[in-house]
Every structure is written in C-alpha cells, then in structure tokens.
Design a protein around this ligand. Structure first.
Ligand SMILES: NC(=O)c1ccc[n+]([C@@H]2O[C@H](COP(=O)([O-])OP(=O)(O)OC[C@H]3O[C@@H](n4cnc5c(N)ncnc54)[C@H](O)[C@@H]3O)[C@@H](O)[C@H]2O)c1
Length: 230
C-alpha cells in the first residue's frame, strides 16, 4: 500500500510546471487525481495515467463551480491550488481587465475552491497554496499585481488555517523560489528552508525528507508559511 492509496486530490494548474509535477507524483503514489487546467493539451498525459481531467478557466465562476462539483463527487483529501498567471507589465500599463484577470486566476480561484471544498475534505486533509517571493519583495516592477495576489494568498491561507483547524485540515502556503517551471524535480529534490515561520517546527521535517507525502503532510500542520527552495 502506498501512502496515497485510496486518497483523492484536486490539483489546479496541472497542465504544466509544478501543478503538473504534483499531479504526476500523486498519481504515481496511488492517489486518485482530478487535474484541472485551462490548457487541455497539458492534461493529456495525466488523463492517460488515470487522472480525471477538467479543462476549465478558473477565472470563470461557472467553470469553477464545475470543478467544485467534481471535487465533491467523492472523498477528497488534498486541494492543491497551483494555477496562476504572472502577466508581467509595469503597473502603469496594467489595465483594469488585466488586474481583475490576475486576481481571478491567482486568488479568487484558490479562495473559492477552498470555500467550496475545504469543509468537504477528509479529516487530516490539506490545502496547499502557492505563494511567491514576490509577495515580500518587489523583485521586479513588472510583478506588482502578481505579487499582490501572492501576498493575499498568504493572508488567506492563515485565515483558512484558523477556520479549518478544528477539523484537522491544514492549509499551507509555500513559496517555491526560482523553481524550474517545466521540471517535476521540485517535489522530489531535497528542500532547503531559507526562512520559515514558525521555523523550528517545520525545518526539521522538510530538511530530513522532501518526499511529497512528508511535504504535504508535515508542511500542513498549522497554516504556517514556508520559504523554501529546491
Ligand atoms: N516557477 C516559479 O519559480 C514560481 C515561483 C514562485 C511562485 N510560483 C507559483 O507556483 C505555482 C506554480 O508555478 P509554475 O511555475 O509551475 O506555473 P506555470 O506557469 O508553469 O503553470 C501554471 C498553470 O496554470 C494554468 N492556468 C493559467 N491560467 C489558468 C486559468 N485561468 N484556469 C486554469 N488554469 C490556468 C496554466 O495553463 C499552467 O498550466 C504558481 O501559483 C506560481 O505563481 C512559481
């Protein structure tokens, strides 16, 4: 029996990058996976490997509801909100439509999927959100809107952690730094904690092992935000 046998996960942004790697890894470890992306081509190999795939624009309310309905159609242990867009522009070139789109994909989708699925997750399940160093540092003037969504993700994650803690549900906001966006290596490589809050609790767990089980299970013990690099 693998650690993920019998468990079920919903992964957004599963068409490529870290969402794809996460879905692949969960499938390989025995979980049922619902893989969601606006780009259907990126989901084909996951479908061939047994995932239920949903092509959905998570900026769209109705599409989001379809995803929530699928998540609620059976048990659900993990919600991984990886979908995001960067839309790099100096902020004075960001239109109102651009602004709304980046917030809709990066923040609203994570918020409303967590709302729709959070209380449906099995006890001990986890919500994994992806933040970014852009939440803290204006590394580039072109990531102002993106960074704002990632700061909001951290705040949201902390609030949801408090709200869901009585059911032993563990939202986590992680910060992948400079991860190769096309490489699955991030969830296999050893993670090095650069900064973490609260530090002691999580550092040891992540330093000792970064198999995805431990990542998903040990990082998800209290809504802390982690700054990690692989
Ligand atoms: N790669 C990095 O270095 C890095 C650094 C910091 C944070 N992050 C965060 O980690 C997460 C994963 O990053 P990545 O580099 O693997 O991303 P990526 O750009 O490689 O993949 C994002 C996926 O989201 C999908 N997506 C975009 N808009 C969508 C929509 N409207 N509806 C549904 N799906 C949509 C894309 O099609 C794509 O498959 C993101 O939340 C990102 O912000 C990444």
């Amino acid at each position: 029996m693998g650690w993920a046998d019998g468990r079920r996960a919903l992964v957004t942004g599963a068409g490529r990058g870290m969402g794809h790697a996460t879905a692949e890894r969960l499938l390989a470890d025995g979980a049922g996976v619902i893989a969601v992306d606006v780009d259907g081509a990126g989901l084909a190999d996951l479908e061939a490997a047994g995932a239920v795939t949903i092509v959905a624009d998570l900026a769209d309310t109705e599409a989001r509801q379809r995803v929530i309905d699928e998540g609620r159609s059976g048990r659900l242990d993990f919600l991984v909100n990886a979908a995001a867009i960067l839309h790099p522009r100096p902020f004075w070139e960001v239109t109102e439509a651009d602004f709304r789109k980046v917030f809709a994909v990066n923040l609203e989708s994570a918020w409303f999927l967590s709302l729709g699925l959070g209380r449906h997750l099995t006890e001990g399940g986890a919500i994994v959100n992806f933040s970014s160093p852009s939440a803290r540092n204006a590394g580039t003037i072109e990531a102002a809107v993106y960074g704002a969504t990632k700061t909001a993700i951290q705040s949201m994650t902390r609030s949801f952690a408090h709200a869901l803690a009585p059911r032993r549900l563990y939202p986590t906001g992680g910060f992948p730094i400079g991860a190769s966006t096309r490489s699955p290596a991030y969830c296999r490589a050893p993670l090095r904690i650069v900064d973490a809050s609260p530090p002691i609790l999580f550092q040891q767990a992540i330093l000792t092992a970064c198999d995805f089980e431990r990542f998903i299970c040990t990082c998800c013990t209290g809504g802390a935000t982690l700054l990690a690099t692989g």
